[in-house]
Every structure is written in C-alpha cells, then in structure tokens.
Design a protein around this ligand. Structure first.
Ligand SMILES: [Zn+2]
Length: 469
C-alpha cells in the first residue's frame, strides 16, 4: 500500500488531540497552532488512512509519495562494510561520504576508534543482547584517571528509521578524538572550537556515547524490501516478538520508567507505533540505557538524538512545567486521577513541578547548544519544553532527569532530546543534507560538553563512588 508524507489540518486543539484514537504515525513535535488559528501536524499515512481521516472531517494535505523517497534512501546504504578489517577510524569522513552507516559498520567503526586511541577509548559491552541476539556497545572517552569527573551520555538511533542519529554520534566522536590527539581545532562549518577548549572538556569529562541503541530496528529499516512493503523502511520500534499473530515491536521511547502506567502519549495496543511494551524496561535496548545510567554515576548531562523537527527539547514531556507547587509532581499518587486524559492534562489544572533553577539551567544550556548549532551554517533550532501540544510519558529524557527525584542518592541529570533536521525535514534526509546536519548537531553536542566541563557548580556525585565509575 502506498505511503504518503502528509499534513493534517484542523480547527481546534481538541480535534488535533482526538487524532490519537486513529493510531496514526504522526510526528507529535510537528504539531503547531498556525497564524490562521488552525492546528496542523505532520505524519506518514497510507492510502486507507488518508481516506479515513478525510471522512472524519479533517483536511489532509499530501506532501509526498514516500515510495520514491524510500528507494532513494536505500541507495545511500552500503552493501559492504566499509570499515571491515584494520582501518584508521578517523578516515571515516572520506569513507562515509557516500551514505549512511549500517549497524555492522558502526560496530566496526567503534572498534576501530578503540584500536586507534586505546588510551582514551574504552568499549563498554552492554549486558542485554537485543531480541535478535545483537550485542550492543557504548564507548567512553576518558583521558586521565581522576575521581571527580563529570559524565555526559549521548544516545543515537533509539527509533529505527532515524538513521542519522548514529552518524551524528560517530561524526562527533571522530572530530573530538582527532582534534584532541592532533592538538588541532574542530571546525563545524562556521563554528570553531579551539584545541584548548577540546582539551578542557576531554580532561574534565567522561564522555559516554551509545551510538546504536536499536540495531534490530535499524537493520530491519535499512534492508527493507520495497517490493514487499515500503512501510518497513519507516519502522520506528524495536523488533520484540509480541506473540503469534501480533505485530512486532515496542516503541523504546515509551518504555522507560517515568509515568509508564499513565499511558500519556503511549499505547497498550501492540499494533500502535507508540506501543509502550508489557512493563517499564521490558526491552533489552532500554535496559542497556538504564545500565549505563546505573553504572556510571558521574553522568550529569544527557542527550537523546532523534529526527526530525529542528528542536532542542528540555524536561518535562508529560505536562506543562510549574515551579510553585512542589507536591504536584509525578511521584504524588494524589494526582494520578488527573492524568491519563490528554486534553484535561494539558489544559487542566495539573502541571508538572520542576525546580526553577533546574529549568533555568536547562533552558540556558539548550540555548547555548542552539547558538553553537546556528553558527555552523545559520540554521536555528527551536528550544522548547518537551511537552509541546502532545504530552508523552516513559521517554528517555524524562526518565534520566527523574532519577534523582525518585532516588535522592542518584546524580541529577540535565536531559535533552534533539530532533535534528528542519521542521519541514524528514526522518531520513538525503545524505548530502545529513552530512551538514552532522556538523550542526556536532557543534551542539560539543557545546553541551564544554558547558558540562566548565559550568558544573553542583557536583552531586555519590559519596564513596569508585573512581573507575
Ligand atoms: Zn524518534
């Protein structure tokens, strides 16, 4: 069945949010109120869904037939592993110029980085193989052994079709290692980081990067047989076998332990692209992220890279923020009854408590990341609270930031989601554009690291922590 990139337009927020009942593949962050007071949201619909939504009274604008796009993007995936065998990992720029990294290539590449920079790069074998038996690895960059280091964690490719998240991680790693090793600046387009800045952040931070969180999903998406079904390329979830006769997969970014029971912006339906799984952390992929946060207590900054939208999002995602009513928070069961209905939630009385200072810190840092990104080639992302017009629960960024609230012994982690590309972008941009985005987001990530290295006023690392953690 044909798939289309579409925009749905309606005249009220209620109608916009009522789209939830149709189980559509919508990009929630694209939901906006327009100047003409109408609301619009972008997404991917098949032919039947277009008819169904039009019959329900919505205006559906067809933007593009995605069959052609899918065929074009598959041309940008290599059939052979360009990094197999002994390689100098930092020659990556030359080698990846032709297209997106595959799962196999990412594995070879990070092993190559470890080989090239053994004193700095440690590979971390994550304990939970995926449903299809793939082993996952993260990397840690550390230059000296010293107890009081701040940790930063970056995730790529939580959602299968958002291929470029991994490429951004690899590009960032390559740039930063090369600059540190050769004592040279990093130049991302018009944004330059001097070697002294790179040395500062490398000497003060532990940088953790988990570039391929959902390898099963990516393999499925990148090996889609378009003759069979071009929906496969636009796969979002992991590949959990939900049972005979049931569609596969869990939306990993609805599987974290933050208001998981609330069903806010998630689904119990296996066929939904927002299926949250049978329990929080039911999935090996999310357990691997949890493992990193549980094991490396120094982590105090976190960014999860997604596409698309041109956004830098800060906490919270479940409701609007407030800083005056501290009991009104996700841990307080008195407010459970006020949750679950999206419309009431956003427009009603409940708002999620966040310490004013934390919100200010996140906004300040997000703007610094965007200033760096804008210097690259004058693209600007929008800094906003993650909730937008479509609240969510059980996402990675809210989980990461909530950890110190559910257990005060844990470090506070300032947490962000970057939706790369532009508001009119796509999940998988042409690789030529992706390379530019890698510079944009590379600058934002470098800026986050610099901030973490130089602004860390509140060091709340646990007492008695081992220095090698
Ligand atoms: Zn995503």
């Amino acid at each position: 069945m044909k798939l289309f990139s579409i925009r749905i337009i309606t005249n009220s927020l209620e109608n916009l949010q009522a789209l939830k009942q149709f189980n559509l593949d919508l990009n929630r962050h694209s939901a906006v109120k327009r100047d003409d007071q109408h609301f619009s949201i972008k997404g991917i619909l098949n032919e039947d869904q277009v008819i169904q939504i039009r019959q329900a009274g919505y205006f559906v604008e067809i933007k593009e037939d995605l069959s052609k796009v899918a065929a074009d993007r598959l041309q940008e995936v290599s059939n052979i592993n360009r990094f197999a065998g002994p390689t100098i990992a930092t020659e990556a720029t030359e080698r990846t110029i032709l297209g997106y990294l595959t799962v196999e290539e990412i594995n070879s590449f990070i092993e190559g980085l470890q080989h090239q920079y053994p004193e700095i790069v440690t590979l971390i074998d994550l304990p939970h193989p995926t449903w299809e038996g793939r082993k996952c690895q993260a990397l840690r960059l550390r230059t000296t052994v010293q107890a009081d280091r701040t940790g930063v964690l970056i995730l790529g490719n939580v959602h299968a079709r958002e291929w470029g998240g991994s490429d951004i991680c690899i590009h960032f790693l390559t740039q930063i290692l090369q600059a540190y090793h050769e004592k040279t600046p990093i130049t991302y387009g018009g944004k330059k980081y001097e070697y002294e800045q790179i040395r500062t952040l490398m000497d003060r931070l532990d940088i953790y990067v988990f570039p391929e969180v959902n390898p099963d999903g990516k393999v499925y998406s990148q090996t889609a047989d378009l003759k069979e079904d071009d929906q496969n390329l636009w796969w979002r979830k992991n590949r959990r076998p939900n049972g005979p006769q049931l569609p596969k997969g869990v939306d990993l970014n609805r599987n974290f332990d933050f208001l998981w029971n609330s069903d806010i912006g998630s689904s119990k339906d296996h066929s939904s692209y927002l299926y949250k799984g049978p329990s929080p952390f039911s999935e090996p992929e999310t357990q691997n992220v949890k493992y990193l946060l549980d094991t490396y207590h120094s982590i105090q900054y976190f960014t999860d890279i997604h596409s698309y939208g041109g956004l830098i999002l800060y906490n919270w995602g479940d409701d609007n923020n407030q800083s005056y009513h501290s009991e009104q928070n996700f841990r307080n069961p008195d407010f459970d009854g006020k949750r679950g209905k999206v419309e009431e939630n956003v427009n009603g009385d409940y708002k999620e408590y966040i310490e004013a200072q934390d919100e200010q810190t996140e906004i300040e840092l997000a703007h610094r990341m965007n200033d760096a990104l804008r210097s690259v080639r004058n693209q600007s992302y929008t800094v906003q609270q993650a909730v937008g017009l479509y609240p969510t629960s059980a996402t990675s960024d809210d989980y990461a930031y909530s950890r110190h609230l559910t257990n005060p012994a844990r470090s506070k982690i300032y947490s962000f989601t970057i939706e790369f590309g532009s508001p009119d972008g796509e999940f998988v941009p042409p690789y030529e554009e992706m390379r530019k985005i890698m510079d944009d987001v590379g600058a934002a990530l470098t800026e986050m690291c610099l901030y973490a290295a130089t602004n860390n006023k509140e060091r709340n690392i646990r007492v008695g922590e081992k220095s090698n953690h």
